[in-house]
Design a protein around this ligand. Structure first.
Ligand code: SF4
Length: 557
């Protein structure tokens, strides 16, 4: 099977050492991206590690397709122990970093330890350099990029950066690249903050060593370039109106399920403010959304659909400019727009202040610096809802994505059992239910398809292929690209989900509290048992003993 190539680069930021380890055997088994990083994280992060302690490890990894110029591959993976969920999370970002990363010749970066000074780490094809940057304390994400441009002549596409939120250990702090692209979910920005790592740059001249089969490489590229798919104009916001019509757009902290001001925040409203094309490296689909408000001149990239919900409908805010401002705040301060928006929505609910966009933005900024109420909210909904006196809209500590599981109930089941918590990208079951391929009502009888869709998503994050590539990078094309049967690709995905679950089990995750929803769904308990059975797991949601073997212990260092 095609797989990423190059050593694992381990950087101990406390010791200021860098070690390269040959991991060819691991790459043959786990391909790259999320599967590789999960195998490493499973075996090398102690099961009892503090997510914000030096023993936690953060992994950045690409798959083999990042050595191509194929559309839908300008993305890469990040994995670590989450300070928000307390379990393993993987998150995925676009931009241009994946190509700069492969230019250094490594397949994965591992960060461990804790520095006593704020650091920038510079990774090139020649080695690793450590730069102490106390002057960048509390610097905004673009300010770090400016520093790197001035001192190294590198662009934002070379940078992996945290903002003040990461430094201040906000549990949903993001890691940013290209200033506006986020490794968003799960708080890995706080993990970098706990290590005192303000950023990492990547640059190098290593030429691609992997031959990507062509066809289908060029066919996929051509189809992405010539398609008239509405998502090329409206990106993820294209389906906003549909979700609203299906009562799947949570509104006013989940108290309603559709938003009366949809006209001002739907895909057409977003497209009206788009002033140029935006893309990720090598991607002819170019779905990104650089927006400008002509009246004020305010610019930001996005908001994506999830932000229209988290800072729009869920706040009772129908002014797109306000959502753009909140989006820009989250990007520059370095916070996941979904978790930040939902947590601020919880605050607005507690204060009876829905619709107050100015207050929402003020509180968002306070979260990043942990000022006043911001210190409470920086812990996320799961940890602060009692103090606020509102319901806990999270699963495993992760705040909900938009697509409402009360309506698309297979997606609800997915939220309940996903190792990452209430994240729609963990299985993307929602596509089948919105599209009518399966009945959105009910949870029973959906376990097998949920398992398949989790495995698909896990392999996609391993390859690494953008979720928007569905329909272009077909199952047949994937099998051709990876020179394997599609079933083999699914097994790599399954192995990834298994290792995440096994790691989380060792931290005490099981059926008792963790695979649960804050709302009732028909037959949910029985459906969860169907899911465990389809996975071959125990009735309490744990992985049977002896199924997972260690493959990447640190003893080999
Ligand atoms: S489809 Fe959009 S998000 Fe995906 S790689 Fe292309 S530009 Fe990036």
């Amino acid at each position: 099977m095609l797989h990423a190539e190059g050593p694992l680069l381990t950087v101990d930021v406390g010791e200021r050492t860098a070690t390269r380890t040959d991991i060819d055997d691991l790459l043959e088994e786990f391909v790259g991206g999320r599967a590789l990083a999960t195998a490493l994280a499973h075996d090398r992060i102690p099961f009892d590690a503090d997510p914000l302690g030096p023993e936690n490890r953060a992994y950045l990894s690409t798959g083999p397709l990042q050595q191509s110029n194929m559309s839908f591959t300008g993305r890469m993976n990040m994995t670590g122990l989450s300070p928000l969920t307390d379990g393993l999370v993987s998150t995925n970002a676009g931009g241009y970093l994946s190509r700069e990363f492969t230019g250094t010749g490594i397949s994965a970066l591992e960060l461990v330890g804790q520095s006593d000074e704020p650091l920038l780490i510079h990774v090139t094809d020649e080695g690793v350099e450590f730069e102490e940057v106390p002057e960048l304390t509390d610097a905004l994400v673009p300010e770090v990029s400016e520093h790197v441009a001035e001192t190294r002549d590198l662009g934002p596409e070379n940078c992996l950066t945290i903002g003040p939120a990461g430094e201040n250990l906000v549990r949903f702090a993001s890691v940013m690249t290209y200033n506006s692209r986020a490794f968003g979910r799960g708080g890995l920005g706080a993990v970098l903050g706990s290590k005192n790592v303000k950023g990492v740059t990547f640059s190098g001249e290593v030429e691609p060593s992997i031959e990507i089969p062509n066809p289908p490489e060029m066919d996929i590229h051509r189809e992405a370039a010539t398609s008239d798919d509405i998502r090329k104009r409206q990106g993820t916001t294209a389906g906003t109106r549909l979700k609203n019509e299906k009562f799947s757009l949570p509104t006013r902290y989940f108290s309603e399920m559709s938003f009366e001001e949809i006209d001002s925040i739907d895909g057409d409203a977003v497209e009206a403010k788009k002033y140029k094309k935006g893309s990720c490296s090598a991607c002819a689909f170019a779905c990104k959304l650089p927006l400008r408000d002509e009246e004020t001149g305010f610019e930001t990239e996005g908001p994506e659909f999830e932000t229209l919900y988290s800072f729009g409908s869920n706040h009772g805010v129908g002014d797109l400019l306000d959502i753009m401002k909140a989006n820009e705040l989250c990007d520059t301060l370095g916070m996941d727009t979904v978790s930040a928006g939902v947590t601020v929505a919880a605050y607005l609910a507690s204060e009876d202040e829905f619709g107050n966009a100015e207050l929402a933005q003020e509180v968002t900024e306070k979260i990043a610096y942990r000022e006043g109420i911001g210190d409470t909210l920086a812990e996320g909904v799961d940890r602060c809802h009692d103090e606020l006196g509102v319901e806990n809209w999270s699963v495993k500590g992760l705040e909900f994505a938009a697509h409402d599981g009360r309506v698309i109930q297979g997606q609800g089941l997915s939220y309940a059992v996903a190792n990452r918590g209430a994240d729609h990208m963990y299985s993307v079951m929602l596509r089948l239910e919105y599209g009518g391929e399966i009945d959105p009502k009910g949870t029973l009888g959906k376990a097998d398809i949920l398992v398949e869709y989790e495995d698909r998503a896990a392999f996609r994050d391993t390859g690494v292929v953008c979720a928007f590539g569905d329909g272009y990078v077909t199952d047949e094309y994937l099998a051709q690209l990876f020179e394997a049967d599609f079933e083999e690709l699914l097994s790599v995905g399954a192995e990834t989900v298994l290792r995440e679950r096994h790691f989380n089990n060792q931290r005490g995750f099981d059926l008792s509290d963790d695979d649960a929803l804050p709302y009732e769904l028909p037959d949910l308990k029985a459906a969860i048992q169907e899911y465990y059975a389809a996975r071959g797991w125990n009735e309490d949601g744990t992985v049977p003993e002896g199924v997972v073997e260690s493959v990447a212990s640190t003893a080999a260092d």
